[in-house]
Design a protein around this ligand. Structure first.
Ligand code: XMP
Length: 512
């Protein structure tokens, strides 16, 4: 792999994704990892990421200089670039010249490999206080900016290069090209990380892990569990049974989509448990968001366990498939060792004391890779590009009591919003589009000639990369208008449609 050394900024995951977009496999490691341990992973190259510190600050993470004696190519970015310069005998200065945001660099495309064939003047994204004022011996300086006399350097003979700016962000238009030049040309790595190869590797790994034991997977209707199950099915066929718990809190058409389209596309054995009565019974009269989550989590486990017992033909089902993704693994301090999954990301939050061994074929993948993998496995478009949907479903989108009446109202409004978004071709521009029913609120309206006293719904379209932060989507007003008109015309109980214009933070994506 290419190891991306994380210096504690939020950029490491982004860098790792960009490396994979260059068709090179990458893993994130903490800066505290000793050089020998990095070397044990047999890295094809090492990328030192940006970080919040100043190289000369007390306690600032340094680069162990022996890293540069391993014969492994190294690329430094921002803080990593400065740390690299300092470790190799260059000079890092605190000039007081700071650059934050869009900056222009003047490059010398003919001077080296990195910028060859690219424009001499380029927009880049900078974020630094210190700068490299003299490159280490043996390095050619290939770019400079107003605040960074050395904005890029390279020593191709040793496979070393670096940039002061952030090549991984979209605000650096040629950043991806620069990364690719480093990976493919300076480090000489073959671009062979493709989803086809991932499928082959994972199928072999799953077979080796599972043998001829029985496996179950809880399908949530979401992308991750669907792709994980499809992969496991490809590996072990009918040893896998999927369980789909319909808790009655799904959106219009969702249960049918899983039962019909998914099974048709994969041929997977599916056990559908209709537990609507049970969940609605347990939720009757409950309005507190955390109480709703607890009840749903508890009921889910009971239903799932019962289904697992029914499925087992000989003894117990030994393996459980989870759609854990790489960001969860990185955030839980993993990447090595055993699974430590956040309950939030599990299908319905299955607890540790469920006695299964986990099969997690997606634990090294990012979301966009999971989608590409799903497409390669032949899953339907609508499934692969489906927006994330919370485990507790519509229950946490009804502010007030969760009952059939409120669920029907919300389902009707939600369906209209989804239909119009799809019709406008904007599905992929939006991360999620919750519609929230304010069942506890009433507002006065006038429809026809009469006064109404109905409920408002809130439209909550958001843009995001990973749901940790989000911004409200600037959907076209005419689209919002169509949604609003249709909802108030077609859903009798709703007489007002509002738009949530709060980013996250301070708001969360969901209202509960
Ligand atoms: P928030 O509302 O915290 O949501 O900004 C972040 C992401 O997580 C989803 N979400 C949940 N998913 N169980 C889940 O499986 C939950 O209890 C839950 N709450 C929020 C939300 O839809 C968004 O994608």
């Amino acid at each position: 792999p290419v190891l991306v050394v994380d210096y504690g900024a939020q950029y490491a995951q982004l860098i790792a994704r960009r490396v994979r977009e260059a068709r090179v496999y990458s893993e994130i490691v903490p800066h505290s990892m000793p050089v020998e341990e990095m070397m044990r992973r047999n890295p094809a190259a090492i990328i030192l990421s940006g970080g919040p510190s100043s190289v000369y600050e007390q306690g600032a993470p340094q680069v162990d200089a022996t890293l540069f004696e391993q014969g492994v190519p190294v690329f430094g970015i921002c803080y990593g670039f400065q740390a690299m310069a300092a470790a190799l005998g260059g000079t890092v200065s605190h000039t007081g010249l700071r650059e934050f945001g869009g900056t222009v660099v003047d490059a010398q495309p003919e001077a080296g490999v990195l910028f060859a064939g690219l424009p001499a003047r380029q927009d880049v994204w900078m974020s630094h206080g210190d700068c490299v004022s003299a490159a280490p011996a043996g390095f050619t300086v290939t770019a400079a900016s107003a605040g960074a006399p050395v904005a890029a350097f390279e020593d191709v003979s040793r496979g070393f290069a670096g940039v002061q700016f952030h090549p991984e962000v979209a605000h650096t238009p040629y950043g991806q090209r620069l990364l690719e030049k480093f990976l493919h040309e300076v480090a000489g790595i073959e671009p062979v990380w493709t989803m086809g190869n991932v499928i082959d590797d994972q199928v072999a790994a799953i077979r080796a892990q599972v043998g001829d034991a029985e496996v179950i997977c809880g399908l949530s209707g979401g992308v991750d569990s669907a792709v994980a199950a499809a992969l496991v099915h490809k590996a072990v066929g009918d040893q896998l049974t999927c369980v789909f718990v319909d808790h009655g809190l799904l959106r219009a058409g969702e249960a049918e989509q899983v039962e019909r389209d998914y099974v048709a596309a994969t041929g997977i054995k599916l056990k559908v448990v209709d537990a609507t009565e049970r969940f609605l019974g347990a939720l009757a009269g409950v309005t507190d968001p955390e109480a709703k989550r607890k009840i749903i989590g508890r009921e889910f486990i009971r239903v799932f366990e019962a289904a697992a017992r029914e499925i087992a033909t000989a003894g117990d089902v030994r393996f459980l498939v989870q759609g854990t993704l790489y960001p969860d693994v990185v955030e839980s301090g993993g990447g090595t060792g055993t699974a430590n999954i956040k309950s939030h990301h599990n299908v319905g939050g299955l607890p540790d004391d469920l006695k299964f061994d986990l099969v997690e074929p997606l634990r090294m993948l990012f979301k966009d890779e999971v989608r590409a993998l799903g497409a390669s496995l032949g899953l339907p478009e609508e499934m692969v590009w489906r927006h994330p949907f919370p485990g507790p479903g519509l229950a946490i989108r009804i502010i007030g009591e969760v009952n059939r009446h409120n669920l029907d109202i919300l389902r009707a409004a939600d369906l209209i919003a989804r239909q119009e978004l799809t019709a406008s071709g904007l599905d992929r521009d939006v991360w999620q589009f919750p519609v929230v029913l304010l069942a506890d609120v009433r507002s006065v309206g006038v429809q026809g000639d009469g006064r109404t006293y109905g409920h408002p719904v809130v439209l909550r379209p958001v843009s995001s990369e990973d749901a940790m932060t989000a911004d409200w989507s600037r959907l076209p007003y005419d689209l919002i208008a169509r949604i609003s008109t249709r909802i108030t015309n077609e859903v009798r109980e709703i007489n007002r449609v509002t738009l949530d214009v709060t980013s996250k933070p301070p708001g969360t994506i969901e209202w509960e």
